[in-house]
Design a protein around this ligand. Structure first.
Ligand code: NAI
Ligand code: MG
Length: 352
């Protein structure tokens, strides 16, 4: 069988880690022998925007919709405002393809040194609502540039949008050994949309009596993540809250360079998109020292999504042997380059 994967490396270290990830995916397909990848590269990037005034060409999303999955690097450039790059590329795909479930696992890989006490207890999945809420793009500015200028950023929460993400999170929690789900909102200070989030959560909970639930305010959950990491299994939270919590989760598990993300359209009407959680990292771009492990773990999520579970497990095992071996990039305290790590993983896969 063959899987058609659209590859959008984007900007900065996105180019480096996705190139590395493609090599690893090809090595896995080679090893397995019963599937292969047809990669198609897309140059949708800030470079393209600067030259042509657009990230995505006309008809681009239509073309992308024919693929089995999307493998994405990062977008962001010092020459384009971040709200432009994010909205014109990444959010255009996530929202255009109704990838409403953003899934972010966090775990301390063997040999990785987290500075957090009790970090080996971290085994979390953060489920982020990825289609509405604080990132609806709803709002505006009046009296621009004047002293009494006003900007509004209005969150939009719909019952449908809330219900489907809760249902997704419950199903995910149900599939895990501990079957725990923590609802995170800020429904004391925000008394409309957040209260609706809470209400719908407890309605959906009735269909999942075997899932152990609790709730936490977003500020309080940050302290719980640091002080009692073992009490958390799956978290479900809004677009903004989960965005922040998942960066914290990544840092607590060792480095932003390790963490993966899946942007899922669970119904399968559109392709889902897989990306490392980190951005384009101006400070290290072009130096060949970016940690590619985040993009490898992302590749494992992509494989699982395509039904290639054996290859996904093989890749995760290779990643764990790699981190345990101490061959680590600078963000983890080592001296290895992107290339060193990529070669080590590919040889390990070949040797197994
Ligand atoms: P960032 O994630 O690019 O970098 C934050 C810090 O983590 C930097 O010190 C960087 O060197 C380090 N880091 C990140 N990934 C690493 C890796 N694989 N290996 C080693 N070190 C790594 O976030 P930052 O600096 O806030 O944003 C830079 C640009 O990326 C901005 O334009 C931002 O908008 C964009 N961005 C894009 C994202 C996406 O495409 N999904 C996500 C986050 C930021
Ligand atoms: Mg983020």
């Amino acid at each position: 069988r063959s899987h058609r994967v659209a590859v959008i490396p984007g900007d900065g270290i996105g180019l480096e880690v996705i190139e590395a990830g493609k090599k690893v995916l090809a090595a896995l397909a080679n090893k397995s022998g019963d599937f292969q990848f047809e990669f198609e590269d897309f140059d949708w990037s800030s470079q393209r925007y600067i030259e042509k005034g657009e990230y995505i060409p006309k008809g681009g999303l239509e073309k992308l919709s024919k693929f089995d999955a999307i493998y994405f690097g990062a977008v962001g450039s010092q020459d384009v405002p971040d709200h432009v790059s994010l909205w014109e590329l990444r959010l255009a795909i996530c929202q255009g393809f109704d990838q409403y479930a953003n899934v972010r696992p966090a775990r301390v890989l063997p040999g990785v040194n987290s500075r957090l006490k009790g970090a080996d207890e971290i085994d979390w999945v953060i489920v982020r609502e990825n289609s509405e809420g604080e990132y609806s793009g709803n709002g505006g500015r009046v009296h621009q540039g004047l002293p009494d200028e006003v900007g509004t950023e209005v969150s939009v929460f719909t019952r449908k949008g809330i219900e489907r993400i809760h249902r997704f999170a419950f199903e995910l929690a149900q599939s895990r050994p501990r079957k725990k789900l923590t609802l995170v909102t800020k429904s004391n200070a925000q008394r409309h949309g957040m209260v609706l989030w809470d209400e719908v959560f407890f309605e959906v909970a009735k269909d999942f009596p075997d899932v152990d639930i609790d709730r936490e305010l977003v500020d309080a959950v940050t302290t719980r993540m640091v002080l009692k990491p073992e009490t958390i299994d799956v978290i479900v939270a809004t677009n903004l809250h989960a965005d922040i919590l998942s960066d914290l989760a990544a840092a607590l598990s060792g480095s932003l360079g390790i963490a993966p993300t899946a942007n899922l359209n669970p119904e399968g009407d559109f392709p889902s998109m897989f990306e490392p959680i980190h951005g384009s990292a101006f400070d290290i771009a072009g130096k060949g020292i970016a940690n590619p492990v985040g993009s490898f773990w992302t590749a494992a999520m992509l494989l699982e999504h395509l039904g290639e579970n054996v290859a996904a497990e093989r890749l995760m095992a290779a990643i764990e042997r790699l981190t345990a071996s101490g061959l680590q990039t600078r963000d983890l305290g080592g001296t290895a380059t992107t290339e060193d790590v990529t070669q080590a993983i590919c040889s390990d896969i070949e040797a197994q």
